[in-house]
Design a protein. Structure first.
Length: 511
């Protein structure tokens, strides 16, 4: 993360320009989705992509059609021994060359919505010329050939040409129809005029094949359009996600910078904030206890007491804020040593015992015996225990009970459990209570309100010790808080080494 200070210009760019850009991208994506989901308008929405794919396929498959035409011409020349088929082959190759030249020119041009119609008409014109070529092929005669064999040759050639043209022009609408409708019409007319059953059968087969291939190419074209629509939607969504991710990363970086700056500021203001407060507390206590002489006006004495209590409350608040800020800023260093968790808990119970007695609260202890020491920061663990005990005493009603337990966890660690029979916390308010400055409805209504930083500090300190904090509470059933230290924090005791007799030194012998 960038640790530098951001400039105001950079903030303006992030807060304004990128926000507008994100809105524009979102609006464009919504428009694209509506266009893609419009159904009937899908075909017209991808004319440019379909035409570009057709042009690429013509250029890549430039050698396929000439090979087919040469094979048909060679077969016809072998069957008829008529050189007219060579003239037909030259004409067919010239028409195919016109289509290839048009495709290469279109490939070099940038296809725009204005030029799509122009190029489609040119390609359809080439297909019409190719249709004329096939009509001329159908009109060829062979006086020396058997009529049935020659008609069969032309029928097979037309069916192969129909199939190959259907594959080559699947991305160009109406290409197959304008190419072979004249052939089907001419064949049907000849069959009717000649009254030949073979020609009728050939016309029916060719017409049926044309209808079937037109239907199949239409289905394939719609499938290609669907693929293009899905690809376009995916690209739009990827663009939207990239913009959203960049905005989220930038916002997160700004929030982290602001939070770190706040934490650093508060952590560095420890001396500047505590020094005047200590003076206020000291002088107000001197005036309240009348060390330098009596205060003649009792109202002044009452005011000094209020000043002292308010200053102490403010100092406690500042201490908690600074502790939490130091932890967040990474400046809370642990001074670890071996301590007994039960002993710290007993000391902290003694510190809150006076407040508990004023409310007639009974504190019961249940400590497991013979527990080894743990490797923790003593001051931090005292703060954890005091915060939890103070909360329990604060929210337990008159005559209530608090149960304090220290023992082993199932994983070999140690835990501290404090359970009271107070009003409890509603389950939906537990996340609020565990957040910084968060207070539940019970705490807001009670007379003893705090800062809302005790539990967040406890969580942060336990996290620094690789521990865990658990809060269990139900309304009108009390609250239980558990601080858990992991097993690696528990120190194993090593038995004392027993003294053994010294081994006698062996004397060396020289033979």
């Amino acid at each position: 993360m960038n640790q530098g200070v951001s400039t105001s210009t950079d903030k303006i760019i992030v807060d304004k320009s990128r926000s507008h850009r994100n809105k524009a991208v979102s609006k464009a994506v919504r428009a694209n989705r509506e266009r893609l989901q419009a159904g009937a308008s899908n075909a017209s929405g991808f004319d440019k992509e379909m035409l570009a794919l057709y042009v690429a396929s013509v250029v890549q498959g430039a050698a396929a059609m000439p090979i087919l035409l040469i094979m048909i011409a060679v077969s016809g020349l072998y069957l008829t021994e008529n050189l007219q088929i060579i003239a037909w082959l030259i004409m067919a190759l010239l028409v195919h060359a016109l289509g290839l030249i048009a495709a290469k020119r279109a490939l070099r041009k940038d296809l725009t919505p204005e030029t799509i119609v122009y190029w489609r008409r040119r390609f359809l014109a080439v297909q019409i010329l190719m249709g004329v070529v096939w009509v001329l092929f159908l009109l060829q005669e062979c006086p020396t050939c058997v009529p049935r064999d020659f008609d069969l040759y032309k029928g097979i050639a037309l069916l192969v040409a129909l199939a190959s043209t259907a594959i080559a022009t699947v991305l160009l609408r109406y290409a197959l129809i304008v190419t072979f409708i004249p052939c089907v019409a001419l064949l049907a007319a000849k069959a009717v005029l000649a009254g030949s059953g073979d020609l009728v059968a050939l016309a029916v087969v060719l017409g049926t094949s044309l209808a079937f291939l037109v239907y199949m190419t239409a289905r394939m074209r719609r499938a290609n359009i669907q693929i293009l629509s899905v690809q376009a939607e995916k690209d739009d969504l990827i663009a939207e996600l990239e913009v959203a991710k960049s905005m989220s990363d930038e916002a997160r970086r700004r929030a982290e910078e602001a939070n770190l700056a706040k934490s650093r500021f508060l952590a560095s203001m420890s001396h500047e904030l505590r020094t005047p407060l200590n003076a206020i507390l000291g002088f107000s206590e001197v005036m309240f206890t009348e060390v330098m002489g009596p205060l003649n006006n009792p109202t002044y004495k009452e005011y000094t007491g209020d000043i002292h209590r308010s200053g102490k409350h403010l100092l406690d608040l500042i201490n908690e804020i600074l502790d939490l800020s130091r932890i967040e800023a990474g400046r809370y260093d642990l001074n670890e040593e071996a301590i007994l968790l039960a002993e710290i808990t007993e000391d902290c119970i003694g510190m809150v015992q006076l407040r508990a007695r004023t409310k007639s609260i009974t504190i019961t202890e249940q400590f497991e015996q013979g527990m080894p020491a743990v490797w923790v920061d003593e001051k931090a663990m005292r703060q954890v225990t005091l915060n939890l005990l103070s909360n329990a005493v604060k929210f337990t009603p008159q005559g209530g009970q608090i149960s304090v337990k220290v023992g082993w966890t199932a994983g070999g660690g140690q835990y501290l459990s404090i359970k009271d029979n107070g009003p409890g916390i509603p389950e939906d308010e537990i996340p609020v209570v565990l957040s910084a400055f968060g207070q539940g409805s019970i705490a807001i209504k009670s007379a003893e309100q705090g800062t809302g930083l005790g539990l967040p500090i406890v969580q942060a300190i336990l996290a620094k010790h690789d521990g865990e904090f658990i809060l269990r509470s139900k309304l009108r059933e009390g609250t239980e808080v558990i601080a858990i230290l992991p097993a690696r924090r528990v120190l194993e005791t090593v038995p004392a080494v027993q003294e053994t007799a010294a081994v006698a030194r062996r004397r060396k012998s020289f033979a």
